[in-house]
Design a protein around this ligand. Structure first.
Ligand code: FAD
Length: 451
């Protein structure tokens, strides 16, 4: 056993795993099966005291520290240092409208706890994603046009800094760190919990509809046009799906190219139904349904996979689009193409996403009109060349609608040249670098390109 692992075993209550230990592989694995982490040591923290002890021990030996919650953000293998795993810290406590969310919580736990009080968190599409990792990147979810990005709802973080100190970051206490943690994502310490304001919401008018290959063009074109005039209470996205011919997939959408429209309206259900009618009428749905639903079922709208898979994706943000965009998109991504891409998704942004919180935040990409996310087939042998080539074949012809802005949660591997710098405007990036240097002067929490 290494000296650091030995030291950590004496310092923390949670389990410590060296590469030779039974349980190491399970401890360092997460959602993306294509990424195999091989840190020097993995530590499963169980408390804030554990978190501080790990960081202090690592700081003593100058060993880098990284965090693994669910692995939904794992785009690149971690091959050195300490990997802190947070899954054993998964408590949610609710006090009034504030949920205290521990580092290892997924949205599913928070949604369930909040629903008991008639409340809801502003989440991402998948409730299996970790709350902290997602929110540190801002967080674009199925209700974001109405309520803003998820980090707008954070009221405070507890953080272990690079000096091994546990600090609170709120609008009043360490406000610079609070600004940075709301959207600045990484390199800012180990977050042990966050206080998150919930909204009063028990039901939605929403769901998803699927359309066959013959309707892809008409529904997509109608949807794009429709998004230019809908109010902020309307949230929606579309995705061209190419799902494999597997029995587990519903027959109408199995083994062919289909289009799904996801919809979430906050307000009077009759108004939600009326507003959605043009999209519903643009084709003949072959699966799915849209109607009144409990707000706690929000993850069913996107129905993202929960089980670990080899995952590859590529993201971009888009400016305002036009009819020519729709035609180009159908041409490069529609049913006439054979593509190794499981999903090509466009989400409608704008609305409350455009407005920063009054004190400001580090969230990038607020100005974009849409997001575009491309998900490849789960075959790691295609990840190096075939999937990037296919994604470029979609993105290239769309170049003039691609925004210079980016959101870090959809950015993929930040080690790809230029990607990290694109996630924030230059002045935000400069301020983030200053704050990272102030709270982590020895770069204990490496993030992005070397600094
Ligand atoms: C199926 C799927 C659906 C998604 N849907 C959305 C969506 O709707 N909207 C959206 O905005 N994003 C979405 N994402 C992207 C997701 O938000 C990011 O990948 C996010 O980083 C995942 O966080 P995690 O903690 O679950 O993952 P992990 O891979 O465990 O962590 C990712 C990173 O978060 C940071 N981190 C996590 N916990 C801590 C902590 N306690 N302290 C400090 N840093 C920490 C670290 O930098 C870590 O490397 C989705 C991703 C997938 C795979």
């Amino acid at each position: 056993m290494g000296a650091l692992a030995e030291q950590l075993r004496g310092a923390v209550r949670g389990p410590v795993f060296g590469p030779e230990d039974e349980g190491f592989a399970a401890e360092v694995s997460g959602f993306n099966l294509a990424v195999r982490h091989t840190p020097e040591v993995a530590v499963g923290i169980t408390s804030e005291a554990d978190a501080a002890a790990v960081v202090r021990a690592a700081a003593d030996s100058g060993t880098p520290v990284r965090v693994l919650a669910t692995g939904h953000g794992s785009a690149r293998a971690i091959e050195d240092g300490v990997l802190v795993t947070t899954s054993r810290m998964a408590n949610v406590t609710i006090d009034g409208r504030i949920a205290r969310i521990e580092a290892g919580c997924r949205w599913a736990e928070v949604v369930a706890a909040a629903a008991e009080h008639g409340l809801a968190p502003i989440t991402g599409a998948s409730d299996a994603v970790g709350c902290i990792g997602y929110t540190l990147g801002g967080g674009l979810g199925p209700l974001s046009r109405t309520y803003g990005v998820s980090s707008d709802w954070v009221r405070g973080f507890r953080v272990v800094t690079g000096a091994g100190e546990v600090v609170t970051a709120t609008a009043d206490e360490n406000p610079d760190l609070f600004w940075a943690l709301r959207g600045g994502k990484g390199g800012l310490g180990l977050v042990t919990s966050m206080d998150f304001e919930l909204v009063e919401l028990t039901s939605l008018y929403g769901g998803s509809l699927f359309f066959g290959p013959e309707d892809v063009e008409s529904v997509l074109t109608t949807w794009l046009e429709w998004t230019t005039s809908v109010p902020e209470t309307v949230n929606s996205s579309v995705a061209i799906l190419r799902l494999p011919p597997l029995d587990a997939i519903p027959e109408p959408i199995r083994g062919k190219t289909t289009l799904t429209v996801r919809y979430a309206f906050v307000g009077d259900p009759a108004e939600g139904e009326r507003l959605f009618q043009p999209v519903r009428d643009a084709g003949t749905p072959i699966l799915g349904g849209v109607g009144e639903m409990p707000a706690s079922d929000i993850a069913l709208i996107h129905n993202d996979p929960k089980d670990p898979v080899p995952a590859w994706d590529r993201g971009a943000l888009l400016t305002e689009v036009d009819a020519e965009f729709a035609a180009t998109f159908v041409d490069v991504a529609g049913p006439d193409r054979q593509l190794p891409l499981v999903a090509i998704e466009i989400r409608h942004l704008g609305g409350a996403i455009h407005r920063d919180v009054p004190a400001g935040s580090a969230v990038g990409g607020r100005g974009a009109a849409y997001s575009l996310v491309i998900i490849g087939v789960p075959d790691p042998t295609l990840f190096a060349d075939v999937l990037p080539g296919a994604a470029n074949g979609v993105l290239g012809p769309l170049g003039r609608w691609i925004s210079p802005e980016m959101t870090v949660n959809f950015a993929g591997a930040l080690s790809v040249p230029g990607v990290y710098e694109a996630c924030w405007p230059a002045d935000t990036l400069t301020r983030l670098t200053e704050i990272r240097t102030a709270y982590d002067p020895d770069n204990l929490f490496p993030y992005g390109p070397p600094r």
